[in-house]
Design a protein around this ligand. Structure first.
Ligand code: ZN
Ligand code: ZN
Length: 333
């Protein structure tokens, strides 16, 4: 719906004029609006059909008392709820009192009018908002997945019709048999000689969710560290020790790998008296530690945000005060 919001007087006027048989362009002229704006306003309130003009006068226009109550309702909930939450809560109460129901846009109007509207990132913190978003995303994914499957089955039938003894494989996940070709199966990692046991369609959906993708990224990074950084360091070390036969070394207390006793392998710490000693744990292990801690913290923040509910924050703070401090280490494994 385009343009400015319509206030109660204007809506009443629209209702009256439409009742008297004014056309939409005529109503638009009366109100100094565009016909499409009027049309949008009517549609937003489901007043499109003039036969439903009863709905028009009885449902959506607030009495002054109702308007005050609605304003109060919106303002008192603005901090902890999305506009959709507020709309649903109001409509639930309104249904019992036989008061006018509202749409999202009307809630928005009041939030804007009182400077209480939120940015998208603020909305993201609301559990209800994220739940709706993720539900919508899941539905979309499921539909896409079903559509892909339909296409693949048609394609399979075509291929079998053309070439009856085409090699086939049963996918481990969906248990369907597909032609054993590039179109239906990926190749395994290195060399790429063999086909995977999971069909492409299932492979894609497994790597589908955001949580899953994040996990895969972390694992990929860990593999990179293991394979690239550490093996490079080992080659480096071997060459160095070959040249400096009696150079001091230290065995890391964590990974039990022996490294050159150098600052690039072991950081130092100060002991009382000002002397500096090498640590017992190598930099690779320390870095892994801090990476895991950082991930655990992110995960913890995410859970905290998901649980946040301003109305119960005070209560939670009191409860948490009585609890043993939460150990972040629990989340690292
Ligand atoms: Zn499959
Ligand atoms: Zn180590």
């Amino acid at each position: 719906m385009a343009g400015r919001h319509y206030d109660t007087e204007e809506l009443q006027l629209i209702a009256t004029l439409r009742d008297r048989g004014f056309s939409i362009p005529a109503v638009a002229r009366e109100l100094g609006r565009t016909p499409s704006g009027i049309q949008g306003a009517l549609r937003a309130r489901r007043w499109v059909n003039p036969a439903r003009s009863k709905l028009m006068s009885s449902v959506s226009i607030f009495s002054p008392q109702q308007r005050d109550a609605f304003r109060e309702f919106v303002c008192s909930r603005a901090a902890g709820h999305t506009s959709t939450d507020i709309r649903d809560a109001w409509n639930q109460e309104a249904a019992m009192k036989q008061w006018p129901t509202v749409n999202n846009e009307r809630v928005f109007y009041y939030l804007r009018a009182y400077g209480l509207q939120k940015t998208k990132s603020e909305y993201m913190r609301f559990e209800s908002y994220r739940r709706r978003q993720s539900l919508a995303q899941q539905t979309r994914r499921a539909n896409e997945q079903a559509a892909r499957l339909r296409i693949l089955r048609i394609r399979r039938a075509e291929l079998y019709a053309r070439e009856a003894d085409l090699a086939r494989r049963k996918c481990h996940v969906c248990r369907e048999t597909w032609p054993l070709t590039d179109e239906f199966f990926r190749h395994s990692g290195r060399g790429g000689k063999y086909f995977l046991k999971t069909c492409k369609n299932c492979y894609r959906s497994v790597s589908g969710t955001a949580v899953e993708r994040r996990k895969q990224r972390m694992e990929a990074y860990d593999r990179y560290v293991m394979v690239k950084q550490i093996s490079l360091a080992k080659a480096d070390r071997d060459a160095f020790l070959h040249r400096h036969r009696n150079f001091p070394t230290r065995r890391c207390s964590r990974c039990h790998e022996t490294w050159e006793l150098l600052l690039k392998r072991f950081p130092k710490y100060k002991v009382p008296g000002g002397r500096e000693l090498y640590r017992r744990t190598c930099r690779f292990c320390l870095r892994t530690d801090s990476r895991l801690k950082e991930r655990a913290k992110l995960e913890w923040d995410r859970i905290q945000t998901a649980m946040r509910d301003p109305e119960t924050d005070a209560r939670k703070a009191v409860e948490q005060g009585n609890q043993v401090p939460f150990s972040v280490q629990q989340w690292t494994s």
